[in-house]
Write a protein that binds this ligand. Sequence first.
Ligand SMILES: [Zn+2]
Ligand SMILES: [Zn+2]
Length: 242
Amino acid sequence: MKLSITGRYGKYPNQNGATCGYVAESSKGTKIVLDMGSGSLRNLSKLMPYSDIDAVVISHFHGDHCADAFVFRNIAVEYVKSGVWEAPLPFFMPNEPYEEYAALKSCLGFDSIVIHDGCKFTVKDLELTFYKLEHPLPVYGVKIKEEGGKVLSYTADTVMCDNLLRLVEGCDMALVDACLLEKNHTPQSPHISVKEMAFITRDIPLTALTHLEKGQEAQILEEALSQNKNAFLVEELKTYQL
Ligand SMILES: [Zn+2]
Ligand SMILES: [Zn+2]
């Protein structure tokens, strides 16, 4: 399996970066887009034709994870109407907040699938298992397993919780929320600290740091490496082999 990066920042895009977006790809070529933050769709178009995508997962409805999904609707409608896609695209998402869910569900280019804690789905040769995590909005991490192959765990945005430990357990690469330095973390923070995330993933072969805070990249990496020698910052438009 491979992972490509279409956006690595949290909050909002900047001149050199988009917000959260990734593509997990099996060795047989099945491609699942994980989140579509603002600016990520443009990067996605540089990596592959939109028509190659087999499914989309939206972890939660904060704009830095879903803004471009509301633009991707236009592409999906065009592709279904013109026959580029034989059927609507499988589109996994929470059903809360309802307004955002309903706006995407109404798109005839999407086959909308509501995710819940513990639910499992198969997309060609990839198996997806969802884990409800904790954040101001309902959010789901996803474990993606390739048939007879590697496992990728994506945490999206979360605080520390038991399900986060279950999500990253036994994976080959953890793609993790790494925006909040320990010195800025409080019990009320909506995110885990970089230090704690790096610690709980210290035995995983690859800890890919994402959802970065612009200007703090070097400090984030330094804090993560203090706990976990397998941690690295992801870079947009790059592809990593699991
Ligand atoms: Zn976020
Ligand atoms: Zn969020």
